[in-house]
Design a protein around this ligand. Structure first.
Ligand code: NAD
Length: 318
């Protein structure tokens, strides 16, 4: 039986990844600084550890003198645009420390396969309709936020250990990911969850506030597709960073319209000032397609899975 370590297992994508690895027959240890907020972890062994501390990284990686077959590093100080723009020091300090210690000690302790979760935030701002960017075009770099710079740095740490210390490294650049069992309130939620919450809270015919003018373009990837992509990438021979994202691009206004349609409510939008991030992003998924991966969920399918769960959370919190 293969043994995997999932760092960030108490979080959204990490929690789903643990379930995926269990369904593939793995023994899984999950690590996080907190328990999963919305569901008990599916991990065989779940430990609460602060991975900014090197000793805790060593403890997480220790397996009675044996070595994990695979390590998935998803732990990060992380949130939506509001958080990313207000917590620059926390992101640069906390996530970099986690990645420095985890990569170094995984390599030192002989882990053969290491996965790092990067982000499409490593790319520069784009205009709608610009030709798709490939992974190599992230350099020369000009991310619009510190979160993207930390991810680029940590990608390079991982690749340096692959070149110099022989640990096989796989790096995914995730598009915006959404689905049930993710943060939906509190300031760290991302746009799809925030919009689902606002629509769930609104009356039929009501109005919700949306940051910016609603024209920013994004692609949203449903979490089941994302964890399938992570798994395929980890078991592929693809070196260097690989984009994983749904090829459907929508504006923020279209995201709201989709959520409203799924909810069955008529919703008006009031555009207000707020941190929007880049105007557009448009990436090539050609590399991940070579693994056979395709997004199975387009936005409406994924929102149909996500909205009812968030609506349930909203009702339970009232
Ligand atoms: P998340 O916040 O739900 O999960 C991250 C987890 O890391 C959290 O549970 C958090 O408690 C944990 N963590 C933070 N600091 C820690 C520490 N010091 N020690 C141990 N654990 C710690 O976020 P997510 O959406 O599941 O994202 C997972 C990974 O994917 C992150 O690295 C994120 O940057 C990346 N990513 C996510 C998206 C997205 O749209 N969700 C997009 C691009 C990249």
């Amino acid at each position: 039986m293969k043994r995997a370590l999932v760092c960030g297992a108490g979080g959204f994508i990490g929690g789903h990844l643990v379930k995926k690895l269990k369904s593939e027959g793995y023994w899984v240890r999950g690590i996080d600084i907190k328990e999963h907020e919305f569901a008990p972890s599916a991990a065989d062994d779940f430990q609460v550890l602060d991975l900014r501390e090197e000793d805790n990284c060593i403890a997480a990686l220790s397996l009675n003198g044996d070595t994990f077959d695979e390590v998935y590093q998803l732990a990060a100080d992380m949130g939506g645009m509001g958080f990313i723009h207000s917590a620059e020091c926390e992101i640069m300090h906390n996530s970099a420390l986690i990645n420095i210690h985890m990569t170094h000690n995984a390599s030192k302790m002989g882990v053969p396969h290491y996965f790092f979760s990067s982000s499409v935030c490593v790319y520069r701002d784009m205009q709608p309709g610009e030709p798709e960017m490939t992974e190599a075009e992230a350099i020369p770099a000009n991310p619009d936020n510190e979160y993207g710079w930390e991810k680029l740095y940590s990608e390079r740490i991982a690749m340096a250990y692959e070149r110099n210390r022989g640990m096989t490294v796989r790096i995914a650049r995730f598009q915006n990911c959404y689905g049930p069992y993710g943060t939906w309130t509190g300031g760290r939620e991302k746009a799809p969850a925030a919009i689902c919450r606002k629509v769930a809270e609104a009356e039929d015919g009501g109005t919700i506030e949306v940051w910016g003018d609603g024209t920013a373009v994004r692609s949203y990837t449903y979490v089941d597709d994302m964890v399938d992509g992570i798994y395929l990438l980890m078991h592929s021979d693809m070196k260097g960073a690989v984009n994983i994202g749904c090829p459907q691009y929508v504006t923020v206004n279209e995201l709201v319209a989709t959520v409203a349609e799924v909810s069955g409510k008529s919703i008006e939008i009031k555009h207000i000032e707020g941190p929007v991030g880049v105007q557009s992003r448009n990436f090539s998924n050609d590399r991940i397609y070579t693994s056979g991966w395709r997004a199975k969920y387009y936005l409406k399918d994924g929102i149909a899975e996500t909205y009812p769960w968030i609506e349930e959370q909203v009702k339970a919190s009232e």
